[in-house]
Design a protein around this ligand. Structure first.
Ligand SMILES: [Zn+2]
Length: 279
């Protein structure tokens, strides 16, 4: 007989996310883990009735039974996001794509990706229902992996050194020492993305005005342009930054328009067209 797998089936994860309103059942945190209310080691099964979505901190409390089983089940029945009317979670957006401002340029696509040496370090995707999905590989200055988040699931990494702040369309990951590592503000378009991300001993900093690479603003050769369906890619060996087309739509384009708000609308219109072409 085959040994039961520790891997939770995707269909179970999907149902758990849905019933929880895409966040921790207790606090609504949009970055979460899957918890076995009845210890997996005892049941060796992934049963929807005995599992729930919790953020890493509440998951820890539940695992060490600081949060007793009865309380866990009560919260599973009445998840925070559902009670508060956020059935799609806190990171649902209404725009047809994800627009991010990098310097004076906009990157607009089905998602935003920042790729370093061929692998995404940070990705912000939008699922088919408009919910933002964060993926992050977080390294320290010595290139040790600190934490891994994939499509809002906190896969690995000790949650203790981190404070997470969140509210409707806003998520901030901060070191307990106070320094912000990643901030996503999607209350408007474009999304404001701030971050300090390390990879291979090199520092990438993003803020409202620019992206800095080891303290220097790399010249991408363009300003005041909307790049549709392009990802930002950096090579740590050559120091070269470039925009590369995302494979999903097989084509990328530039939108040049003086008025920023109108430029953004035109970029979204292109995204809608590309979506329709791929249906
Ligand atoms: Zn929580």
């Amino acid at each position: 007989m085959e040994a039961p797998s520790r891997g939770i089936p995707g269909s179970i994860k999907c149902q758990l996310r849905q019933e929880a309103g895409f966040g921790c059942c207790i606090c609504g945190n949009p970055v979460f883990q899957y918890h076995h209310i009845t210890d997996w080691a005892l049941t060796k099964s992934h049963d929807l009735l005995h599992m729930m979505v919790l953020c890493p901190n509440h998951h820890h409390e539940a695992t060490v039974r600081a949060l007793v089983e009865q309380e866990q089940r009560r919260r599973k029945e009445r998840p925070s996001n559902i009670v508060n009317g956020y059935v799609d979670g806190l990171l649902k957006i209404t725009e047809p794509g994800v627009a991010v401002q990098v310097g004076t340029n906009y990157l607009v696509g089905p998602g935003f990706k920042f790729i370093v040496d061929g692998a995404p370090l940070l990705a912000l995707d939008r699922d088919s229902d408009g919910r933002l999905q964060l993926s992050l590989d977080l390294y320290d200055a010595a290139d040790s992996l600190l934490l891994l988040i994939h499509n809002n699931e906190w896969i690995t990494g000790d949650p203790m050194p981190w404070d997470v702040e969140f509210s409707h369309r806003r998520f901030v990951l901060r070191r307990k020492s106070g320094e912000v590592t990643l901030s996503i503000d999607a209350r408007q378009a474009p999304v404001l993305l701030h971050g300090q991300l390390w990879r291979k001993g090199q520092l990438f900093e993003m803020n409202d005005d620019e992206l800095r690479f080891n303290g220097v603003n790399p010249d991408v050769g363009f300003s005041e342009i909307g790049f549709v369906n392009s990802s930002f890619s950096a090579d740590t060996t050559s120091g070269v930054f470039q925009l590369i087309p995302e494979p999903r739509f097989r084509e990328a384009c530039l939108v040049s328009w003086p008025d920023r708000a109108e430029r953004l609308e035109r970029c979204f219109a292109v995204i809608r067209e590309l979506e329709q072409k791929t249906v």
